[in-house]
Design a protein around this ligand. Structure first.
Ligand code: CND
Ligand code: ZN
Length: 369
């Protein structure tokens, strides 16, 4: 199939608004899929590029939290066909590398290389403008009317799942709930602290509730985020703009919590989370820090068998986890409607990022068509 004209939001350089432009989209090559984007969530990871905190290939179509409908497939594609509804994955795991084989597909060598380059698995993107390549954030580029993704980057979902809700599963929900269930494996009855209750952190809170955590302590600097956190299952809230969050958490959960999650991406709050964890407790860093940032920890704490780990994409095993999350939503046990604070057309994308930067929203979605 030939080239398609699409409308997309393109990042050129930091501290500049995204440009909403016409691009050419090449049809799917072998093993690739053309998807009409129904909705794409506005995640803080995209904002890090715009704010110049994390580098990305330029120019790039941003957006990595998307769902849509398969329009066409390239040669050899077997798992989806035109008309299927899909959630897109920003780590298109190959299924064959050492990480995939041992059951850690979120660490896939090939998928992570494609994600960080902003390309398909063969190292090239499918968008172009005036003949020059335009890269695809997370091998997706979801702020576009259509995109092409690797087959391994789409997961088929049931047709009656609303696509705008499904988009959120592509990053925020998978990352947040997955950090609790896949990475930390939170035990029922244990105490959890969540530092940062935005689009991803609220999903850590609801993941902890799903796992049957005992005390779920939500920490943020904005009162309306703490109210939302209560709706998502927090049993206690701490306003870190008013009191020391470490002291507050250690007061609520004497000795500290079993699991502390950092969901902002700042060295100071990583340290706070670590200090909130009890002896033998686990700290999980979900937030993406600025490039080059370092974290300082009290070395003596390791004698108390405290551990700290990162969580990439919530330890996602997308073909397993996405249908599970869909079933949880469809049976009323996963909150997605409450996450969508605003819906923007593609032309409103820069307003959506301004609102995210100001902390006004849980999540916004962009509907490109
Ligand atoms: P969002 O901006 O929605 O949330 C951040 C929240 O942190 C807001 O509610 C803020 O008010 C709050 N906050 C800011 N400073 C403080 C502070 N000092 N103390 C307490 N709360 C504070 O961002 P998001 O939820 O979309 O993303 C959060 C992070 O997760 C961000 O770094 C993003 O890049 C990262 C992430 C990681 C992954 C992964 O795979 N690990 C995937 N997606 C996003
Ligand atoms: Zn994200």
């Amino acid at each position: 199939m030939g080239k398609v004209q699409v409308k997309a939001a393109v990042f050129y350089r930091p501290h500049e608004p995204l440009a909403v432009q016409e691009l050419e989209l090449e049809g799917p090559r072998a093993g690739e899929v053309l998807v009409r984007i129904a909705a794409c969530g506005v995640c803080h990871s995209d904002l890090h590029f715009i704010d110049g905190l994390v580098p990305i290939a330029s120019p790039s179509v941003l957006g990595h939290e998307a769902a849509g409908v398969v329009e066409a497939v390239g040669a050899g594609v077997a798992s989806v066909q035109p008309g299927d509804h899909v959630v897109l994955s920003f780590i298109p795991s190959c299924g064959r590398c050492q990480y995939c084989v041992v059951g850690r597909p979120n660490l896939c060598t090939i998928g992570n290389r494609a994600m960080s380059r902003g390309t398909m698995l063969d190292g090239t993107p499918r968008f172009a403008r005036e003949g020059r390549p335009v890269y695809q954030m997370g091998s997706i580029g979801g702020f576009a009317s259509y995109t092409v993704v690797p087959e391994a980057g789409c997961v088929k979902i049931r047709g009656d799942m609303p696509l705008d809700r499904a988009a959120l599963l592509g990053c925020g929900v998978m990352t947040g709930v997955g950090a609790v269930i896949n990475t930390a494996r939170v035990q029922a009855g244990s105490d959890v602290a969540v530092v940062g209750c935005g689009g991803v952190g609220l999903n850590v809170v609801q993941g902890a509730a799903l796992a049957g955590a005992g005390r779920i302590i939500a920490i943020d600097v904005l009162a309306h985020k703490l109210e939302l956190a209560r709706q998502f299952g927090a049993t206690h809230t701490v306003d870190a703009s008013r009191e020391d969050p470490v002291e507050a958490v250690r007061r609520i959960s004497p000795g500290g919590v079993d699991y502390a999650f950092e969901v902002i991406g700042r060295p100071e709050t990583v340290r706070q989370a670590f200090d909130m964890a009890r002896r033998g407790g686990l700290t999980v860093v979900v937030g993406v820090p600025p490039a080059g940032a370092e974290v300082s920890l009290p070395a003596g704490a390791f004698l108390t068998e405290k551990t700290i780990t990162g969580s990439a994409y919530g330890g996602a095993r997308m073909p397993v986890d996405v249908p599970r999350l869909v079933e949880l939503y469809m049976s009323g046990r996963l909150k997605l409607d409450e996450l969508i604070s605003r819906v923007y057309p593609l032309e409103g994308i820069n307003d959506a990022f301004d609102a995210l930067r100001r902390g006004e929203v849980a999540r916004s979605i962009v509907t490109p068509l």
